[in-house]
Design a protein around this ligand. Sequence first.
Ligand code: ATP
Ligand code: MG
Length: 344
Amino acid sequence: MTRTDDIISVKNVYKVFGAQPGLAMQMLKAGASKGEVFEKTGQVIGVFDADFAVRRGEIFVIMGLSGSGKSTMVRLFNRLIEPTSGSIFLNGNEITGLADKDLLQVRRKDMGMVFQSFALMPHMNVLDNVGFGLQISGVNERERNGRSVEALRQVGLAGQEHCFPHQLSGGMQQRVGLARALANDPAILLMDEAFSALDPLIRSEMQGELIKLQAEQNRTIIFISHDIDEAVRIGHRIAIMEGGRVVQIGTPHELLSRPANNYVRTFFNGFDSSRILRAGDIARPDVAAPYIAGTQPVLLADTPLKEILPIVATATCPIPVIDNAGLYKGSISQGQLLSCLSRA
Ligand SMILES: Nc1ncnc2c1ncn2[C@@H]1O[C@H](COP(=O)(O)OP(=O)(O)OP(=O)(O)O)[C@@H](O)[C@H]1O
Ligand SMILES: [Mg+2]
């Protein structure tokens, strides 16, 4: 069953790299691990029984250590890589098994890809680089240039149309790469470590641009990242991959408050959790606070930390926290708040 608000759904997808995928699949189904399959057969498991969906209009971040299968997963979406087994649906239609002609259509219309290396043509100016995909698709020059100019405006590069790549900084080159993907107006933008080569300030600026663009256009963005700060900042949901498996998918808050295993927890080491903590996470039922509904200030459980701080800091007694149904969850004292902040 695929839900109508799912844009991509992935059903029991496996990808085995090597000449004997059948043998590897047999071993996997019999319970062998990625390591055992590699040791015995030399086959590499890229993706292991992936089963999840990406929702229309969300920024879906894929995180995981190097080699965990992130790029393989994204390449399965636009079928740069064929799955060894399982199915992938786009808008409820299976794309695994599409004929080449239809597949080309999907790649052109539905998905755009932005890479870590900007992959610009050095001999072409910015305008032609942005319009390159459109040109290949047979879009005439007038329309191509119109759409390219608009895409350049969206990424803040209006007026740079006639520069050549070598005249641009890394951040500007990455914007050109983004504009090239946007010019096609794809429903889904696939971004594989697209900002990883940028220095921190430019990277943060590009993250801001991406959030803004996504909010304006309601495009679905699938974004691979190594960086938890980046993932939390831009991701509505994050999928964590380990050894080819998707081990957990959730909002940043869900992953931080209920990590599925130690691997997921490790990603949050050193992370400033105060950025996503809410009143319900901090409230303690054992902090004594008389709570009589309607007689004193209360906090809703999903109030973010930055709004809690001024209230608790100036209060003379612990502040009760209630959930959306009005049920008492516990209270936050100044001491409790301080200890949370010192752990963050
Ligand atoms: N074409 C290929 N042939 C053989 N093995 C491959 C191929 N592509 C990927 N792999 C293997 O599949 C696994 C997943 O690789 P993938 O590139 O998807 O990882 P990744 O999570 O994107 O890593 P990174 O963060 O380093 O980019 C790795 O073990 C890798 O060696
Ligand atoms: Mg990769």
